[in-house]
Ligand binder design. Sequence first.
Ligand code: AHR
Length: 326
Amino acid sequence: MTTITRRTFMLAATAIGALAVAGVAIAEVPKLAQKDTYKVGFAQTESNNPWRIAQTNSMKAEAEKLGYQLVYTDAAGSAAKQVADVNSMIAQGVDVIFLAPREEKPLIPAVMAAKKAGIPVILLDRSVDPSLAKAGEDYLTFIGSNFVEEGKRVAEWLAKNANGKSKIIELEGTTGSSPANDRKKGFDEAIQAAGGFEIVASQTGDFARDKGRQVAEALLQAHPDADIIYAHNDEMAIGAIAALEAAGKVPGKDVLVLSIDGGKEAVQLVVDGKIAAVVECNPRFGPKAFETMQRYAKGETIEPTLVNEDKFYDASNAAAELANAY
Ligand code: AHR
């Protein structure tokens, strides 16, 4: 058995310190002390839709319930501002940073800066490029939905319910974000596997209602025979419905509209027959986020990914589920 003496411990600590100074990455997430209360950062991406607002409200409500101080920032849709927000949280000495990274690559410096400052980062809802930063090494864990699965569930619904409709316009989310990448991958692969469908156009609408409307308008002009619109979120689906109606088409009859998020407005549109089906993307992060942080402080090993459960709404359950939608 090896006995760890104070001398061997000091030698090891010096070696680790030297590696850090030399810029060699240390494969360990900073520790979190067990305390009665914490100062916690939450770096939000933007607040331009009901999903983001529901996520923020869930985080704020849980912090308040626990009596923790929450340092909240809103990057207003700018990855550069979000990096600056994280740096400001580091300067303010927060204990933990919850980060919803707007895009996969530009937020890597923020994750690494927090690690270097000894602050554990928990990624919420969106992830970072896995080839550049890893759970359990650079950040603690990723909590959120399985976006690939969300896209796949839309495609599987279509494979059973498209009734001969087949020409798809895909409205993608923010370029370079993990939900846009993964919802596309999950949908495109499953729709190819189903056979009989064609994605006639696929373009970003930046997860925004008006951009979604404008892009849908242009793509409907270029592809007047399109009879399915798959939007990566509710906001773009709602924008696409406006574009369809402006073009004299009836959503739900001439063109099937499908989306992801499952906010109340979209679920109501399913009840109204204008959206055919919606995969929920669960925005209720607060309880799981803070519980994970507490488990880590207690010394528990945290799983690299913690998946949120998402519901599914179509004509069969939307009216009954409307009251439960966020
Ligand atoms: O990352 C989740 C996505 O981001 C939601 O679908 C979208 O509405 C939000 O802005």
